[in-house]
Design a protein around this ligand. Sequence first.
Ligand code: ATP
Length: 254
Amino acid sequence: ATAAPLLKLERAVVRYGALQALGGIDLEVRAGEIVTLIGANGAGKSSTLKAISGLCKLSAGAITFDGKPLHGLAAERRIAAGIALAPEGRQLFPMLTVRDNLMIGRFSHIRAAGFGNLFRPGAAAAREVEAAMREVLDFFPRLAERIDQQAGTLSGGEGQMVAIGRALMSRPKLLMLDEPSFGLAPRVTREILELLPRLAERGIAVLLVEQNAHAALQVADRGYVLANGAIVAHGSGEELLQSSHVGEAYLGWQ
Ligand code: ATP
């Protein structure tokens, strides 16, 4: 038998007032798996990630993570439970250094542990922060070289590395990425997406939201296609890449 999924959405519904953005979707991510959620503008991809990270509420349905329901759990508690998000548009603090942007990824932990000031944590928290920082800089040597540089002066690819690194600072079991290719050249997009299997090897599951379906399916183990708030197809990355029906009907492939 296969192990229980790390993340499970069951009939998940998200509404914004009268508008239903997600119409009751089922989705699973298993430990160490790379899963991509693809679909056109406004299909509901970001809403799915927001519902999982607790940034918007489910109107109906359920989300289970690591065997426990997430219902009623605040966003920062979900980070402590092992869910991290690299959000759409990266959302870095341009005037802060790379180091300080990364530190922010540890903020909810330090606060939950009662250590008060993010930049003057207690000894135990400081060791944890150092260990997380070492892992991130080991994973992104390019950031180690630019650790004191202001984030606003980084290239697009480097900025995306900071957004991912900041998410990794919480040492998540699940890393969610919202449109990491945004504003990046195809070569840089590939460079970023090729990092994901290396994270999966370290036991981190990845849920990747992308408009760039081709590139996403090439690195994903499995994919879900979302249209108008509903899952209209799912399968292995390979299967979806080869499905001309899915491509033509939902992804704009010629
Ligand atoms: P994109 O790729 O353009 O970001 P998406 O697939 O991520 O699209 P969502 O951002 O989840 O789609 O949006 C789904 C639908 O919900 C859209 O019709 C959008 O206009 C609507 N929506 C999203 N956020 C809100 C909000 N805060 N208030 C009202 N409507 C919203």
